[in-house]
Ligand binder design. Structure first.
Ligand code: ZN
Length: 157
């Protein structure tokens, strides 16, 4: 994760500077987070590496910050950009929490991870269970190849 990117920097600029000035190896993807409405950079970005070692090497060599110039450098020193490992894991946990379900027997709300109601042991409603598992499968398919470069160990559940 990169925080404090020059606002006018696009993915290509970042890739170029990282390769040129930071000898980055194994860079798989660069993503700048933009405001959904205005499309203006939120000065936040993500780097994805092909494997964990390359990701770790980059962060350990440069932590806690790198300097990027952007297409229109305002000064020679560049802009200080904080780097850190992604919080994707926490974001996923939050996404799961949003899928909490309501017991049809006693109307109590259960955590999304529970398969049975914690109060009356009624099984989780089938529809919701299907929907949730399909969604988590999609997330897993989409993120698994990338996650290995950001996190260590098996996913905790
Ligand atoms: Zn219940």
């Amino acid at each position: 994760m990169m925080d404090g990117l020059p606002v006018d920097m696009v993915e290509e600029d970042i890739t170029t500077e990282l390769k040129e000035f930071y000898n980055v190896n194994g860079l798989d993807d660069v993503r700048v987070i933009r405001d959904r409405q205005t499309k203006v950079s939120r000065q936040l970005g993500f780097l994805r590496f092909r494997d964990l070692n390359q990701s770790r090497a980059f962060v350990e060599r440069n932590f806690p910050s790198i300097y990027l110039h952007g297409p229109n450098p305002h000064n020679d020193r560049g802009t200080k950009v904080r780097i850190a490992y992604s919080r994707e894991r926490e974001d996923r946990a939050r996404a799961r929490a949003e899928a909490d379900w309501t017991c049809i027997m006693c109307a109590i709300v259960n955590y999304s991870t529970r398969q049975k109601c914690f109060r009356c042991q009624a099984p989780r409603p089938g529809m919701l269970l299907m929907g949730t598992s399909i969604r988590s499968k999609l997330i897993r398919t989409r993120w698994r190849p990338r996650r290995s470069s950001w996190t260590t160990g098996p996913e905790s559940r």
